[in-house]
Structures are given as C-alpha cells and as structure tokens.
Design a protein around this ligand. Structure first.
Ligand code: UT7
Length: 329
C-alpha cells in the first residue's frame, strides 16, 4: 500500500449465469441468423439468468472472489457501490441487498445508474471517497441482468444483451500506480436513443403498458453506434492527455463490449494492435455495467497484465453517458 494518495484496483472477481443462449437458439425465437449477428456485432452466445440467479446473487458471488483475493473480510469494506440499471427491485437498492448477504456491516451502500458506463462512474466515485479519506476499502460491483427487460420479440435488441457481474476492490496503492486519470461525461438530450418507456413513476405499470410491451428496452441502434465510435476515441485520448500520456504508450485498451465493430473502429483509429484490445463480446454479448469488470477479471486470471502496464478503460451507454479512465497496473 502506498503512503501517498494513489488509488487503484486491488483485486477483481466475476460471476456469470450458467445458462447460455447461442445465435442458433435465437434463430428459433426471432427472424435472425447466426451469420447476421456475428457479422454485425461479433456476438456468438450470451449468458442468461435462470432459477435462483438474480442481479444481487451474481453480485455476491463476484464480490466474494474479489474480497478473498484482496485478503479482506466483508466488514473491512466501508463503501459498497452497485453500478447497475437492472436492480433486483426498485426499492431498496441492490447494494443494500448485497451488503446484507455479504454481512458487510460497516459499509455504506448505494446503487449507481449510469447505463453501460456505470462501472466507470463507480470507479471515479470510489476514487474520490478513498482520496479524501471518507473510505479505505471500496467494493465496486458492475452488474446487469438485462434478459428480463429485453423484448424477446424485437430482433433489433434481443440479440445484443447478456447477464453478468464483475466486482473490484479499490484502495490505496503504491505511488504512481492505480488510476492516473478519469473523466465522466453525459448528454441527457440523447436520452431517447436508449430507454424503457414504462415502469417508472412517470408511467407506472398498468395492464395497458404491459400489453404494449412498454417495460422493455427500446433502442435506436444506428444512432448509438455513430455516437459511440466518436466518444470512445475522444474520451480515451482526452484522459490519456490528462495524465500526460499518448495512445502510443498504451499497453491495453479495455473497452465496453457493445459491438465488436465499434471496438474495432476505435482501436484502429488510436493506432493500437488487435492483441492490445480485450474482447469477450463473442461469449457474453453486451452485459452493460458488467462488461468492463468481467473482461478485466478474465485478463487478470489469464495473467495478461504486467506490473506497470498502462491500461485505458472506456465505455458509453444509456443516458447517454460515457467516460474513460487510465490505470497504471
Ligand atoms: O451499451 C450501449 C448499447 N447499445 C449499443 O451499443 C448499440 C449500438 N448499435 C449497434 O450495435 C448496431 O446499430 C446494431 C447491432 C444494433 C444494428 O446493426 P446495424 O448494422 O446498425 O444495422 P441496422 O439497425 O442499420 O439494420 C440493418 C438491417 C435492417 O434491415 P433493412 O431495413 O436494411 O432491411 C434491420 O431490420 O438489419 C436488420 N436487422 C436484423 N437482421 C437480422 C436488425 N437486427 C437484425 C437481426 N437479425 N437481429
């Protein structure tokens, strides 16, 4: 642990539902094809919650792994953040359900909703709490279970998403390590590009809203696509500049896994090589807030990162929101 003010990721963990849905399974449900889905998105299969699997359950499983690897007990956590747009229920927060299951009784707990950028927003919040001394050990979970709110009759969206959870423990790290810079953005004028019309307080659930399938995700895919390519590149370059680095110095790019074509556009424009980009969208689809922490944990498990590697994380999502962070591993 550092004596200074550097904050970083101490450990990681992940949990995925057991059940898989392949593109061939989807061919039976909507008018689509494995060929179309793979060519347009890079996705081959995704995980879907069944039976007792819930948002909070996946969160707990991922957290237990991260806590063990950090050599911490649940009571050592003083802040617990669940970044999600798919809480178990509207009230109370999923973070409180997770806190109870873990018995993390010293932790303040809250949910953070920032679409698919939730994990990165959580990272920047955790960083501030630790830097200013309000928290020592933060448990941050990026989790989404989108399958219950996806319209399985809408081929524009149902082929894209999957369920999963990733957890990280954040704390003080050696000087010069950890989060070197991060910046979050939002543009609420674009809220209508990705939203769920009903089920909130403006349009509560009624027989009519259920009949009109208003509790499912609606998305203007092509508009989100165009936006995503631009902001992924701009925000990564901006955050690199904030810490005096360039993309030429990057070892790895850890992008949100929404569409492999978006990722490819972005990394090529930044002059990176394919082996520098972490991708698992083929196996999990878009897991919203879980995409980055899950792909990060897989890289850690695979021994990919070396001490001192420069890593950029970047995401975008509903809101619209976007953001990036640069870490020195
Ligand atoms: O985390 C943030 C969340 N969202 C995103 O990042 C989404 C970003 N957008 C995308 O990834 C892409 O826009 C999609 C994958 C959603 C769609 O790909 P696209 O290349 O932008 O296709 P499109 O929406 O322009 O549709 C092209 C054609 C249309 O047919 P016509 O009008 O040309 O005859 C669609 O109806 O493909 C059709 N289509 C499909 N065909 C087979 C749309 N979805 C499917 C499908 N299977 N699942």
């Amino acid at each position: 642990m550092g004596s200074g003010n550097a904050v970083g990721i101490i450990s990681t963990g992940r949990a995925l539902p057991v059940s898989r849905i392949t593109n061939f399974d989807l061919e039976e449900i909507v008018e689509t094809s494995d060929q179309w889905i793979r060519a347009r998105t890079g996705i081959e299969e995704r995980r879907i919650i069944t039976n007792d699997e819930t948002n909070s359950e996946l969160s707990v499983l991922a957290s237990l792994i991260a806590l063990e690897r950090a050599n911490l007990r649940p009571e050592d956590i003083d802040l617990l953040i669940v970044a999600t747009v798919t809480p178990d229920q509207t009230l109370p927060s999923t973070a409180c359900l997770v806190q109870a299951r873990l018995n993390a009784y010293n932790a303040a707990a809250f949910d953070l909703a920032a679409g698919c950028t939730g994990f990165l927003y959580g990272l920047s919040v955790a960083e501030q709490y630790i830097k200013n001394g309000a928290a020592k050990n933060v448990l941050l979970i990026g989790v989404d279970t989108l399958s219950p709110i996806v319209d399985w009759q809408d081929r524009n969206t149902c082929v894209l998403f999957g369920d999963g959870a990733g957890a990280v423990v954040l704390g003080k790290v050696e000087d010069d390590r950890g989060i070197l810079a991060s910046k979050m953005f939002s543009d609420g004028t674009k809220a209508g590009l990705l939203y769920i019309p009903a089920g909130g307080t403006r349009c509560p659930a009624t027989l009519r809203t259920v009949g009109e399938r208003m509790h499912f995700i609606k998305m203007n895919g092509p508009e989100v696509f165009k936006f995503a390519v631009t902001v992924m590149i701009d925000s990564t370059l901006q955050v690199l500049e904030m810490c005096g680095k360039t993309s030429a110095e990057l070892d790895y790019l850890v992008p949100h896994q929404a569409n492999e074509r978006i990722i490819n556009f972005a990394y090529k424009k930044m002059g990176l090589k394919p082996e520098q980009v972490l991708i698992n969208i083929n196996r999990y689809g878009n897991m919203s807030s879980a995409s980055i922490p899950v792909v990060l944990d897989e890289a850690v498990d695979g021994g990919k990162f070396k001490d001192g590697d420069l890593i950029a994380l970047v995401s975008f999502g509903a809101g619209l929101t976007w953001g990036a962070a640069v870490l020195k591993w």
